[in-house]
Design a binder for this molecule. Structure first.
Ligand SMILES: Cc1cc2nc3c(=O)[nH]c(=O)nc-3n(C[C@H](O)[C@H](O)[C@H](O)COP(=O)(O)OP(=O)(O)OC[C@H]3O[C@@H](n4cnc5c(N)ncnc54)[C@H](O)[C@@H]3O)c2cc1C
Length: 500
């Protein structure tokens, strides 16, 4: 390519300058670079089956932060970020016509079908205009082309097998350098306004002070978070012990929202872990962050292997303080711990028998870290129809609640109407005596509902404190029939009203 050419760098889920092959390639191959981000109207429509808004308020806030941050970073380095509202294929087509001399369009490839359709349309537009298309793979720790399998069809269907092969034979590529100066834009282009919440038909969310993820979007914040978690607090050195936590900011890395938008590169995280291990300490915790990042890789590659099949079906239907607390945290903050997600997914699919897609689309709407492969892959896994060799695995909500929120503080934080119940009893209000409930100012089926379903295995973790209030009596030990609670379950858990 001659040096007088212009390259459009279309940014999608790679909103960063560090370790970004799109910029890296364009810096070497263009005279002018146009960094471009498009607010695609399709991302603000309803989800596929249940018509929840595709992008909820928390992720939108995080995205707007990330776009603003990237623009500011690029400005400091002699460039800027062009922002447009429109489909990328239309915007790129218009820019090509307007400039008349675009030589290439460069972008990172995605995995899921909607993103692939956009890529196909971009390629068609470029082909019609005789513009080169340069694509890259950049969202995973291990590069797609370095996987030690002959082709993606050889990807094992069990995570442990994948991990062992990759750890044994794979290699992580080094981090690409960050350009000091980014090549300038051609003259005459409008920078474009970054849309507002109102402009996108949404209302800005109010941050809940109880949030376990009180962080803002963008590459700058992502790099600060890593510095905090690794170098300032050494929290990474005890990650394996704290990672199942549910309250507070530092029980886990909280990298996922930045990873989902590409504000931080998994290779950069890996590189920093290796430095940390060399300079401070290498232990099970430092390794475990890589272990978890490999789960993320795995779900991406599963998405690559099975394509649209990750969106395929099943049926199902339920309710409980531990579940309610997690669902409220998600609705009010856009975040939920991994422990919470696993439990909620198991409860909704296995205890209630709800259609797992309902849960997946609800998560897609609300999660600040939504990543199509991780979300749909994990829901399939939890529903026992994805890559889980233990198909009958089912979480016991009461045991999990008592194991991970032993004193009930997490539940009381999100379900304040149960705040008068002391200790772990808050996980099973329906088992408390009428006098204990009235002392705690809880009126079952009035201030707080009795459980929508009671799974038989819960009885092993419930003290026989009373025969329970009359409304819940008939259900204790009864066979469990989730389907009859279908409608109530859906209303109860997926009410679009905030808080339930
Ligand atoms: C039903 C369900 C839905 C989920 N949906 C998403 C999603 O949309 N986006 C998302 O990033 N994660 C998803 N997860 C995985 C996991 O819950 C989150 O990655 C994690 O809670 C984010 O917090 P963290 O960054 O502090 O994680 P940490 O515990 O600090 O882990 C470090 C990183 O490893 C990766 N990771 C950890 N666990 C998993 C996992 N089970 N699957 C894939 N990657 C993992 C994430 O990138 C995470 O940032 C889901 C899990 C379940 C059970």
């Amino acid at each position: 390519m001659s040096a007088s050419r212009t390259v459009i760098c279309l940014l999608r889920n790679d909103l960063r300058l560090h370790d970004n092959e799109v910029f890296h390639w364009a810096q070497r191959n263009a005279e002018h670079i146009i960094p471009l981000y498009c607010f695609d109207p399709r991302h603000y429509q309803g989800t596929h089956n249940f018509n929840f808004p595709k992008t909820g308020p928390f992720r939108l806030l995080f995205l707007l932060d990330s776009v603003k941050d990237l623009r500011a970073t690029l400005k400091k380095r002699g460039s800027t970020l062009l922002v447009r509202q429109g489909k990328p294929e239309d915007v790129v087509g218009d820019l090509i016509k307007q400039l008349g001399s675009v030589s290439a369009v460069a972008f990172h490839e995605e995995v899921a079908s909607e993103e692939k359709t956009v890529e196909k349309k971009l390629k068609d537009i470029c082909c019609q205009n005789k513009v080169k298309v340069q694509t890259f793979w950049g969202s995973t720790l291990y590069h797609r082309d370095d996987l030690p399998f002959r082709h993606i069809g050889g990807l094992p269907d069990v995570y442990t097998q994948f991990r062992k092969v990759v750890e044994g034979q794979g290699r992580v590529r080094p981090v690409l350098s960050t350009p000091e100066k980014v090549k300038s834009l051609p003259l005459g282009l409008e920078e474009g306004l970054i849309p507002t919440f109102e402009g996108l038909g949404q209302t800005e969310p109010v941050m809940d002070c109880r949030s376990a993820f009180p962080c803002r979007g963008g590459e700058t914040e992502a790099l600060d978070r890593l510095k905090h978690y690794f170098w300032d607090t050494n929290a990474v050195a005890s990650y394996k012990e704290t990672r199942n936590g549910m309250m507070g900011v530092d029980y886990s890395t909280k990298f996922s929202p930045w990873l989902a938008l590409g504000c931080i590169s998994p290779r950069y995280i890996y590189d920093q872990i290796k430095k940390y291990e060399a300079e401070r300490t290498a232990n099970q915790s430092t390794y475990w962050v890589i272990f978890e990042l490999l789960w993320r890789d795995y779900f991406k590659f599963v998405g690559l292997k099975y394509g649209d099949r990750i969106f395929n079906i099943n049926e199902g239907r339920t309710g409980v303080p531990f579940v309610d607390a997690n669902m409220r945290e998600l609705a009010l903050t856009g975040f939920m711990s991994n422990r919470g997600r696993q439990n909620v997914a198991s409860f909704l699919t296995k205890d209630l028998g709800l259609d797992w897609r309902l849960g997946a689309e609800w998560f897609e709407y609300l999660l600040v870290d939504h990543d199509v492969c991780s979300n749909y892959g994990n829901w399939l896994y939890s529903a026992g129809i994805g890559n889980d060799p233990r198909e009958n695995r089912k979480f016991n909500m009461i045991k999990q609640g008592l194991d991970y929120d032993n004193n009930g503080d997490y539940v009381r934080q999100w379900v304040p109407e149960l705040g008068g119940i002391k200790g772990g009893d808050v996980h099973t209000p329906w088992t408390l005596s009428n006098s204990a409930l009235s002392h705690a100012k809880v009126l079952l089926n009035d201030t707080y509902p009795s459980p929508i379903v009671i799974a038989p295995e819960w009885s092993r973790h419930v003290n026989n404190k009373s025969s329970g209030p009359s409304s819940a009596k008939g259900k204790r030990g009864s066979s469990y029939t989730p389907r009859q609670h279908k409608d109530r379950g859906i209303d109860f858990y997926f009410s679009k009203k905030k808080g339930f």
